[in-house]
Design a protein around this ligand. Structure first.
Ligand SMILES: Nc1ncnc2c1ncn2[C@@H]1O[C@H](COP(=O)(O)OP(=O)(O)OP(=O)(O)O)[C@@H](O)[C@H]1O
Length: 304
């Protein structure tokens, strides 16, 4: 039963013909409620960042969209129909966190990518030419074609991520959920993944990407969803990924440095630089010293 709670947020998702999460709550079997009344909507052709502290419910949100954990209340719809219908049609691809994968499982790179085709195959999982072509194209697109006969466990962290991205591509997922795709990858691989995601966005797909790299969010994400056991803010990056919302989402975890005056200038310039970070990639905000802030990398996002 969906009983209105005292102080419950009026967060019903608005619009969007892509992914829509409406007032979902998830309680694990040990009684822990990881998400309560979480709502947001994201349209097609967008990249959305999912940010929040450790344990704020990002993976739980992915798992609830995938139907891996039951909803205590609320609903998820995809392209206007219930998520379970979209899942049956293989419209949703999930790139899990590295820790969730057993890398000792003896399987070749090309077999991992072929798993993305399973939903398109018949009961006997007979591979057809179209499946092999999809695997070849996906491996090529992520630059891993030369590694196809390698054991997945032998690859570097960044290479493994690219293989799982290839699996999502081979699946032809229209909604792609990526759980921390940049953790443990070098800057070059991160750039390659971002370029790939931008290409997928331009094809009209929906990407939801959890990340602790706050600095790269305004550069490549059109939208952001900030969570802490519920959705605190969701919308266009320029309007949502603000210092005030980040402080709300990260609380004491976020480290903040404000540089100004003689620390930054050798004249009377009043401008300031605010650096917010919970991780290795800081988010930099330039201010004029009169409380007017401008995020360093905001120009990269698109209005969608
Ligand atoms: N299977 C489970 N059973 C019970 N509690 C769980 C389970 N999985 C997660 N939790 C709890 O739910 C909360 C949210 O976890 P979740 O993994 O969704 O967080 P997260 O935002 O993805 O964290 P991180 O940034 O560390 O990956 C945490 O308090 C976690 O301990």
């Amino acid at each position: 039963m969906n009983v209105p709670l005292k102080g419950r947020r009026a967060t019903t998702a608005q619009g969007g013909d892509g992914l829509r999460v409406d007032n979902i709550s998830v309680t694990y079997r040990n009684g822990h409620t990881a998400l309560r009344n979480a709502s947001f909507a994201i349209p097609r052709g967008t990249i959305t960042a999912l940010v929040g502290v450790n344990g704020s419910g990002k993976s739980t949100l992915f798992k609830s969209i995938m139907g891996f954990v039951p909803l205590a209340s609320g609903s998820v719809s995809i392209f206007g129909e219930p998520a379970r219908e979209a899942l049956k049609k293989n419209l949703v691809a999930y790139v899990p966190q590295s820790e969730d994968v057993d890398w000792n499982f003896p399987v070749l790179v090309e077999d991992v990518v072929m798993m993305g085709r399973y939903g398109h195959m018949n009961f006997f999982r007979m591979t057809r030419a179209v499946d092999r072509e999809a695997v070849d194209a996906a491996l090529e697109r992520v630059g891993m074609a030369d590694f196809r006969k390698r054991q997945i466990g032998e690859l570097s962290g960044g290479q493994k991520k690219r293989v799982f991205l290839a699996r999502a591509l081979a699946q032809e997922g229209q909604i792609i959920l990526l759980d921390e795709p940049f953790t443990g990858v070098d800057v070059r691989t991160e750039e390659a993944i971002i370029t790939l995601l931008q290409g997928l966005r331009d094809e009209g797909r929906v990407m939801l990407v959890s990340t602790h790299n706050l600095g790269s969010v305004p550069r490549f994400c059109d939208r952001a969803v900030l969570v802490n056991r519920t959705v605190l803010a969701a919308g266009l990056t320029a309007e949502t990924f603000t210092k005030a919302n980040l402080e709300k989402a990260f609380g004491g975890v976020l480290r903040q440095f404000i540089l100004g005056g003689a620390e930054l200038h050798d004249d009377a310039d009043t401008r300031q630089v605010t650096v917010l970070t919970d991780d290795e990639r800081p988010f930099v905000i330039y201010g004029d010293g009169n409380g007017n802030d401008e995020a360093a990398a905001k120009k990269g996002g698109r209005r969608k």
